[in-house]
Design a protein around this ligand. Structure first.
Ligand code: A3P
Length: 316
């Protein structure tokens, strides 16, 4: 017999069970033993029933803002680090489920929800959500991935990101692989710009973790023109006990060039920015870049009985 020291045993264990290196929060609500030792002040009612997954720059803030105005829906409180988004399943995961729960109201008649637009394209998130609540529902918004990528680049530029300021959009797209930390940063920037728009890659991953019926896909182009349709469909999807026809709640603002909630402050200047039109060679580059994944997406949507977003039809 040879006994190994505790530390060595732990190292051996995690070498063997690599999938357990990252701790995963599981729900106390599905196990009566866990419930028995959970604080009586805590309630499973606080967990969100809906998550708007993103991706970024598709209109997620507007959907979140409009939904929050519905008396049956309640979004999370703001956290110290992020405005509006919780980012719990990413950067805030180490804070634990009490931290997450405290962001939501415990009123059982409300549909708690959150929106964190980076969840959609991060491979860690579906597993983490599945472990915590497997019955949750999701909203995903898609727009033409070309527009999404360009909007993201302009968003970074407005935030004075050094790479966005230094390189044109076309230069970022045409990055030739080179070594060195500067180039690695540009490569990372390019990846963050383009990868979320490979919708099929991320959507098919989500559907490996959750059932088809847990997802509502919103056509972001239609949302811009007729947002009430998407907002009404979210209420039906969530079986909301109160139904508000958003047609009566939203008005078009010629100044913002968007729909806004009647008698409420519209979204701030960071939404609906004006920037130069996309140049032709970047467009052609991106049209080719996304061609295959768009075609795969169309097949996947058909097969899984999702309706085809209007922007995708032009590529078929
Ligand atoms: P632009 O800034 O490129 O115009 P997100 O909130 O997911 O980051 O998305 C921001 C994008 O939402 C904006 O991109 C804008 O086009 C779009 N959007 C769609 N409907 C909107 C609305 N009613 N109000 C504000 N932005 C809206």
């Amino acid at each position: 017999f040879s006994f190994k020291p505790a530390l060595q045993l732990a190292i051996d264990y995690f070498n063997f069970h690599k999938d357990e290196v990252q701790p995963t929060w599981t729900s106390p609500c599905i196990d009566r033993h866990h419930m028995a030792i959970w604080s009586p002040n805590k309630t499973c009612q606080s967990f969100p029933k809906l998550i708007i997954l993103g991706p970024q720059k598709t209109g997620t803030t507007a959907v979140h803002h409009f939904l929050d105005a519905h008396p049956s829906f309640a979004s999370n409180r703001n956290t110290q680090h992020h405005f509006e988004e919780t980012q719990f399943f990413l950067t805030e995961y180490h804070n634990g489920i009490d931290w997450y729960l405290d962001l939501f109201q415990s009123n059982s008649s409300l549909i708690n929800f959150e929106k964190s637009a980076n969840y959609f394209s991060d491979a860690r998130v579906p597993h983490r959500i599945r472990k915590l609540f497997s019955n949750i529902k999701f909203v995903i918004i898609t727009i033409d991935p070309i527009d999404r990528a360009y909007s993201w680049y302009n968003h970074m530029k407005a935030h004075k990101d050094s790479i966005a300021l230094q390189y044109t959009f076309y230069e970022i797209l045409n990055l030739s692989p080179l070594n060195g930390s500067h180039w690695r940063r540009i490569e990372k920037f390019r990846h963050r710009c383009l990868d979320p728009g490979i919708y099929i890659k991320h959507l098919s991953r989500w559907l490996r973790f959750f059932a088809r019926d847990q997802f509502l896909l919103i056509d972001g182009e239609e949302f811009k023109q007729r947002p009430h349709l998407a907002m009404n469909s979210i209420q039906l999807f969530m079986n909301s006990s109160r139904f508000f026809d958003y047609k009566n709640l939203l008005v078009y603002s010629a100044k913002k060039r968007f729909f806004c909630l009647k008698n409420r402050r519209c979204l701030g200047p960071s939404k609906g920015r004006t920037y130069a039109r996309l140049d032709q060679r970047s467009y052609i580059y991106l049209r080719d870049f996304y061609q295959k994944s768009n075609a795969q997406l169309a097949n996947f949507l058909n097969k899984n009985l999702f309706s085809m977003p209007s922007w995708l039809e032009k590529y078929l």
